[in-house]
Structure formats: structure tokens, C-alpha cells
Design a protein around this ligand. Structure first.
Ligand code: SAM
Length: 281
């Protein structure tokens, strides 16, 4: 049985690749690349001559069968994407999960990831964060998606495309308010790298007033909602609310906790939403 290596590649600066990744790409029998022509730049830069095959969103399901068969014959494969860590908003999930099902060893070869690089330089709390992936393109879907994170008590990381950044900042102001803080990390590790931490309103002013800020690749990181003093309650009340919120819709959990504890239902309702940012109010 061969091994499947999941290999991270640079997100802009070709030097951001580990020695282990280079050795692995040299030693495997086959490199499954999201776009073989795109990856040729990296492979040529490091003199890597390993055979490549295309593995992308449009052929992933069919290609999985072929690649698992190849692994079962004893060959090894390195999976790479155009940039960063495969499977992070990139193809590879079906292959990795099929490899597990087939008893093939999956070996990560870690390295660059735009979300983590941006977080490390964002100036936002990094002890607890959530990666939310790409913000949807359509206005209604975007608002619905953003509302899920309205009361999140952690840093939320979004991927964004340059032509939608102004609209997305506008939607974020609508959902989170113009004072909420965020960091925009643009063109990380590249020549025009820009990392700005400011209010959503200030970021929108910066981006909409400068076309250059609407170019390249962008990670947006949203600061947590400031803790509302009014939501503070005893540990016992919080424990009751937490148990009920796991089982019941927010308004019912709040209502029952209000009956048990004597606290105001409105405050408890807000607290449930803060606990369960995944639940739509
Ligand atoms: N797998 C990649 C990773 O590990 O980060 C992400 C691939 S996803 C298809 C591409 C998105 O990642 C871009 O639209 C952007 O949001 C983000 N991204 C990738 N490279 C970036 C960079 N150098 N600077 C800022 N954002 C970047």
C-alpha cells in the first residue's frame, strides 16, 4: 500500500516551502495537482521532475477511484493545490476520506495557509477562532451567512475575492455594525502585502477609495462581539441555559431558563444566541 501525502505549498512567496515538502515532492511516484500548469512554476523552481496529474473540483469524484487504485498498487502520491494547504477551501476532501476508507496512510506535510498566516499577523485574539471559508457571492445568501456569526465570541476568518470586497464590507457593516473591528490581510507574503486592522467602516473607506486595495487575494478577519455586561449571569443560570439551548430552539430555552432562574427572558435569549452562533435567530 502506498502513502498519500497532503503537501502545503507557498501562498505567494516561493520560498515559503519546507525542505521536507521538496523532498516529498521529489520522492513520490505521482503529484496530483489542482492545476498542473500552475504548479509547474513551483516544481520547475525547485527542479522537481515528478510526473503530475490534474486533480480538481470538476474531476475529483472520478479521479478518486483511479488514484486510490494507484495507491493500492503500492505507489505514493503527493496532493497539492494551487496555493497553501490542500482541502482548505481547495479540492482533496473526497480523496483523503476515500484513502482513510481504503486503509491508505494519509500523511500531512504542513506549511503555508492564508487563513493561519493572516491570523498570526492580524492583531486579533488567536486563542479561539473559526474558519468560515468564502463569503457567498449573492447578496441575500451573503447576509444570511454573515448573520450566523453575529454574536460569535471568537475571531472569525473569511476568504474573499477582490471584486466582492467592497460589497462584503458593506454587508458586514449591516450585520455587525460599523464600529466592529476587523483585519484585512491582502496579498500575504507577496510584493503588495497589506495588513490593516481597523473598524469595518474605516476598512470600507480605505478599500472603496483605492482601487489597488481591490486587487489580489484577501483574508478578512472579524473581531469578536464585545461582551455585553448585561449578559453576565451566575454560573448556575449559565449551566441551565447551556443544557436547554443544546436541546431546544433559542426562544424556548430562554423562556424555560427565565422560569427556573427568575432572570429576564430577553437577556437570556441574547445569551443563547451568543452561545450558539450557528443557530439562526
Ligand atoms: N488552500 C489555500 C490556503 O491554504 O489558504 C486557500 C485556497 S482558496 C481557493 C483561495 C483564497 O485564499 C483566496 O481567495 C484568498 O481569500 C485566500 N488567499 C490565498 N492566498 C492568499 C494570500 N497570499 N493573501 C491573502 N489571501 C490569500
Amino acid at each position: 500500500m502506498g502513502r498519500l501525502y497532503v503537501v502545503a505549498t507557498p501562498i505567494g512567496n516561493l520560498e515559503d516551502i519546507s525542505q521536507r515538502a521538496i523532498r516529498c515532492l521529489n520522492e513520490v511516484d505521482l503529484i496530483a495537482a489542482e492545476d498542473t500548469r500552475h504548479s509547474a512554476v513551483l516544481l520547475n523552481a525547485y527542479g522537481i521532475k515528478t510526473k503530475t496529474t490534474a486533480f480538481h473540483d470538476h474531476n475529483e469524484q472520478d479521479k478518486v477511484v483511479e488514484l486510490i487504485d494507484y495507491l493500492q498498487q503500492g505507489h505514493s502520491i503527493a496532493l497539492i493545490s494551487d496555493a497553501g494547504t490542500p482541502l482548505v477551501s481547495d479540492p482533496g476532501y473526497h480523496l483523503v476520506s476515500a484513502a482513510h476508507a481504503a486503509g491508505v496512510d494519509v500523511v500531512p506535510v504542513p506549511g503555508a495557509c492564508a487563513a493561519i498566516a493572516a491570523l498570526s499577523a492580524s492583531g486579533l485574539p488567536s486563542d479561539c477562532f473559526l474558519f468560515a471559508g468564502f463569503v457567498p457571492a449573492r447578496a441575500q445568501a451573503r447576509l444570511k451567512f454573515l448573520r450566523r456569526y453575529r454574536h460569535a465570541q471568537l475571531t472569525v476568518i473569511f476568504y474573499e475575492t477582490p471584486h466582492r470586497i467592497v460589497d462584503s464590507l458593506g454587508a458586514m457593516i449591516e450585520v455587525f455594525g460599523k464600529e466592529r473591528h476587523a483585519t484585512m490581510a491582502r496579498e500575504v507574503t507577496k510584493k503588495f502585502e497589506t495588513i490593516r486592522k481597523a473598524s469595518l467602516e474605516a476598512l470600507r473607506t480605505l478599500v472603496s477609495g483605492d482601487n489597488n486595495q481591490q486587487k489580489g487575494e484577501i483574508v478578512l478577519l472579524l473581531a469578536a462581539e464585545e461582551k455585553d455586561k448585561a449578559l453576565e449571569m451566575s454560573q448556575e443560570a449559565e449551566a441551565i441555559l447551556e443544557v436547554l439551548a443544546e436541546e431546544l430552539p433559542p426562544s424556548q430555552a430562554a423562556s424555560l431558563t427565565a422560569q427556573i432562574t427568575g432572570l429576564k427572558k430577553g437577556i437570556l435569549y441574547k445569551a443563547v444566541l451568543a452561545m450558539r452562533p450557528d443557530v439562526d435567530d
